[in-house]
Write a protein that binds this ligand. Structure first.
Ligand SMILES: Cc1cc2nc3c(=O)[nH]c(=O)nc-3n(C[C@H](O)[C@H](O)[C@H](O)COP(=O)(O)O)c2cc1C
Length: 173
């Protein structure tokens, strides 16, 4: 199997998770690339796609990247987000990410918290309707932490197993 771990990261959180996933992949061909540098996607059987959540969805660069992925590929999507893990905001962002894939086979998803830029929290704190969200986002400080990294490694191992055992749609790109 040939695997690409492609990610976008503005402040480093998603990159840390991408690196954890990459290091957990063993005994196969693999590459780790920011999506800006992931140009030729044809050689890969499984593509991990990582993005920060922005405005309840994926980063705009990742929206474009999804459109470039050939349909026959298997995808494993991972996100970092300021909101609570497993909470409504995080879950709906994951659903939204999956809905953006177009014809590829999504074999799994992973999300964990990622600390939010202090400047953004200050801006949200100043706005009464965003204060509750700002406090939630603030509590992501210190993430991704060691437990998040370990979870990401387990996710990678599960996805490797799934990629071997789940058959795609068979559509050609
Ligand atoms: C402009 C902006 C919008 C964001 N919107 C959300 C959001 O809607 N939901 C959320 O959970 N986190 C949101 N975040 C927090 C980021 O998803 C989180 O900090 C992420 O880990 C950043 O990843 P990166 O370091 O790889 O860029 C937002 C951050 C920024 C800067």
């Amino acid at each position: 199997m040939n695997i690409l771990v492609a990610y976008h990261s503005d402040t480093g959180n998603t990159r840390k998770i991408a690196e954890a996933i990459f290091s957990a992949i063993r005994d196969t061909r693999k590459k780790l690339l920011p999506i800006d540098q992931a140009v030729d996607l044809a050689p890969y059987d499984l593509i991990f796609c990582g993005t920060p959540v922005q405005n309840h969805s994926v980063h705009p660069k990742m929206v474009r990247f999804f459109q470039e992925i050939p349909k026959a590929k298997k995808l494993a999507i991972f996100l970092t987000h300021g909101s609570l893990r497993g909470g409504e905001k995080a879950v709906s962002a994951i659903y939204h990410a999956v809905s953006l894939s177009s014809g590829q086979t999504v074999i799994g998803t992973f999300g964990c918290r990622g600390q939010v830029k202090p400047q953004m929290i200050d801006i949200w704190m100043d706005s009464p309707q965003h204060q509750a969200w700002a406090r939630e986002a603030q509590s992501a400080n210190g993430h991704p932490d060691a437990a998040d990294i370990e979870d990401a490694r387990e996710f990678a191992e599960t996805m490797l197993y799934a990629a071997e055992h789940i058959h795609g749609s068979g559509k050609k790109s």
